[in-house]
Design a protein around this ligand. Structure first.
Ligand code: HEC
Length: 467
C-alpha cells in the first residue's frame, strides 16, 4: 500500500476506468479493422466499372472514420491512462516497469498510425493510386502492430502464465497463454466492427443505380469470418482462463433456472447475445440491402457497443479479486504479502509509506481502512454499494465477517489487526447511522474470547523495529 486512493463517489474509480475503456475499445477496434477495410475496398474499387464512385464513397467513409477514431480514440485512450494510474497506481506501476519497451513501441506505433492516416486522407486527390494503396496497407499494418503490443499487456493481466515475481521475463509475460486466442478474436472482431461502420456510411447512399446494394453487400461480407470462426476461438480462449474464473461463469450458467445468475455470467451472455444479434441483423441486411436505414445501421453498431461492454466486464470480473491475476489484488495488496501471516496482522495504516494521520479506533481510522481496502471495487452507496450489502449486519457480524471475506473468492483477504477490523466494522455501521464505538466491538470480542490478548503480536513488533 504505497499510494493514496482515488475515492470516486457513487460510481467508483473502477467503473470510471471501465466506462472510458469500453468506449475506447469499440473505437480502437474500428481504427484497426477500418484500416483493413479501406485497403481492401481500394483494391476492390479498381476492379469495378464505377470505381471512382466507390472511391468517392470510400472517402466519405474515411472522413467519418478519421474523426471518430482520432478524436474520440485519442481522448479516450489518454483518458484510460489518467484513470488507471489513479484507480490502480500499484498495478499501473507494475505494468510500466514490466513492459516499458512494449509501451515505447506502442507509442511509436500510434504516432506512425496517425501520421499515415493523415497522409492517406489528405493525399486523396494528390497522391497516385499506387501511393494511396501503399498508405492504406501500411496504415493497417501499423495499427494492427499496436494491437499486437497492447494485446500482450492486456492478456498478461488475466493470464500471466509463466511470468512470476521471480521470473519477470518480458517475453514470458507478453506471450502468455491468452495472447494468441485473444489476438485472433480481436482481429476478427475488428473486421466485423469495420463492416458495421461501413454499413452505416453505405446506408446514406441514395440514387437509382445499385451502388448502395453493392456497397452493403461488400460491407456485410466483413462479418462472415468472425461469425464463423470466433465461436471456436472463444473455446480456445476459455481453456486458457484460470479455473476460478471459468467456475464462476459456469456456476452462474447452471444456476440460471434456479434464479442464481452470477453477474459475470450475465455479462458473458450479454456479449454472446449481442454477437448473435449482430450476425442475424447483418444477414437481414445482406438479403434486403435497399431497406436498411441509417438508424437501423447505427442501432446495430450500438449493439456492438453493448457486446464490448459484456465481453470486457466479463473479462474484468474473471480477474477478480486481482488486477494482475495471482500476483496483485485490485486494492494494491500483493499476493506474496497476503500469504505472510505476520505482514497481514500488522497495524494496517503503518504499512503505508505515507501517513493518513488518524487516531486509533476513530471513525476516520475506519474510513481510511475502507478507502484503502474496499473502494477499489465498492462504493458506499452507488455501484456495488456497501450500504446495500451490509444493511442487515450488526457490528459483531461485520467484525467477524471481515476475517473470512476472501472465502467468497472475489475479494482479497482483510489486511490489518483487530483494531483495524473493529474500526472498519464501526465505520460500516455508521453508514447506516448506527453509531457503534470501535473500542466496544473490540471489548466484546475480548470478553467473548475470555482472555485479554495482547493487541499486537511480537512478530509484528519485531518487524516494525527493523524498519
Ligand atoms: C477485488 C475487488 C473487491 C474488493 C477489494 C472488495 N470487494 Fe467486496 N465484493 C466484491 C465482489 C465482486 C463481490 C460480489 C459481487 C457483489 O456483491 O456485487 C463483493 C461482495 C461484497 C459483500 C457482499 C457479500 C455477500 O455475501 O453478500 C460485502 C459485504 C463486501 N463485498 C464488503 C467488502 C468490504 C468491506 C471490503 C473491504 C474490506 C471489500 N468488500 C473489498 C469485490 C471486492
Amino acid at each position: 500500500m504505497n499510494y493514496p486512493v482515488w475515492d470516486v463517489p457513487f460510481i467508483g474509480s473502477g467503473l470510471v476506468v471501465a466506462i472510458i475503456a469500453i468506449i475506447h475499445l469499440l473505437i480502437s477496434h474500428l481504427a484497426i479493422g477500418g484500416g483493413a477495410f479501406i485497403f481492401v475496398a481500394e483494391l476492390w474499387s479498381d476492379r469495378q466499372k464505377n470505381g471512382q464512385q466507390i472511391r468517392d464513397w470510400l472517402h466519405e467513409y474515411a472522413t467519418y472514420f478519421l474523426v471518430y477514431t482520432t478524436v474520440f480514440g485519442a481522448v479516450t485512450g489518454v483518458g484510460i491512462w489518467f484513470a488507471i494510474q489513479l484507480a490502480n497506481p500499484e498495478g499501473t506501476s507494475l505494468l510500466i516497469h514490466q513492459f516499458v519497451f512494449a509501451w515505447a513501441i506502442e507509442w511509436v506505433m500510434f504516432l506512425g498510425e496517425l501520421s499515415i492516416l493523415y497522409l492517406y486522407y489528405y493525399g486523396w486527390q494528390k497522391n497516385s493510386r499506387r501511393m494511396q494503396l501503399w498508405l492504406a496497407g501500411l496504415y493497417f499494418v501499423t495499427a494492427w502492430g499496436s494491437l499486437f503490443v497492447i494485446n500482450g499487456i492486456l492478456t498478461f493481466m488475466l493470464t500471466p502464465g509463466a511470468w512470476t515475481l521471480a521470473n519477470t521475463s518480458i517475453l514470458a509475460g507478453f506471450f502468455n497463454p491468452g495472447f494468441l486466442p485473444s489476438l485472433l478474436i480481436r482481429t476478427l472482431v475488428m473486421f466485423m466492427v469495420a463492416g458495421l461502420f461501413a454499413i452505416i456510411v453505405a446506408a446514406r447512399v441514395t440514387g437509382d443505380d445499385n451502388l448502395k446494394e453493392r456497397l452493403i453487400g461488400f460491407s456485410t461480407k466483413w462479418l462472415i469470418p468472425g461469425a464463423l470462426i470466433i465461436p471456436f476461438l472463444l473455446l480456445w480462449y476459455w481453456v486458457t482462463l484460470p479455473d476460478s474464473a471459468t467456475d464462476l461463469i459456469r456456476g452462474g450458467v447452471v444456476g440460471v433456472e434456479g434464479g442464481r445468475l452470477e453477474i459475470i455470467t450475465r455479462y458473458f451472455w450479454l456479449a454472446l447475445v449481442s454477437g448473435a444479434l449482430i450476425v442475424v441483423g447483418a444477414l437481414l441486411i445482406a438479403i434486403k440491402p435497399r431497406v436498411i436505414s441509417m438508424t437501423g445501421a447505427i442501432a446495430l453498431f450500438l449493439i456492438a457497443q453493448f457486446g464490448f461492454l459484456g465481453a470486457e466486464f466479463a473479462r474484468e470480473m474473471a480477474r477478480k479479486p486481482y488486477v494482475i491475476y495471482g500476483v496483485l489484488y485490485s486494492n494494491g495488496l500483493w499476493k506474496h504479502n497476503a500469504v505472510n501471516e505476520n505482514y497481514m496482522q500488522r497495524p494496517y495504516l503503518e504499512t503505508a509509506r505515507w501517513d493518513p494521520e488518524v487516531s486509533l479506533l476513530s471513525r476516520s481510522h475506519g474510513e481510511w481502512v475502507f478507502r484503502l481496502q474496499c473502494v477499489g471495487c465498492h462504493t458506499r452507496d452507488g455501484y456495488r454499494s456497501i450500504e446495500d450489502r451490509t444493511s442487515d449486519w450488526d457490528a459483531q457480524f461485520a467484525y467477524r465477517w471481515l476475517k473470512t471475506m476472501h472465502e467468497q473468492g472475489v475479494m482479497p483477504p482483510f489486511q490489518g489487526n483487530r483494531e483495524d477490523r473493529a474500526a472498519l466494522a464501526a465505520y460500516l455501521m455508521s453508514l447506516h447511522d448506527r453509531e457503534v464505538a470501535a473500542a466496544d466491538i473490540l471489548a466484546t470480542d475480548t470478553l467473548a474470547r475470555g482472555v485479554a490478548e495482547p493487541v499486537r503480536d511480537e512478530a509484528s513488533e519485531a518487524m516494525e523495529e527493523q524498519q
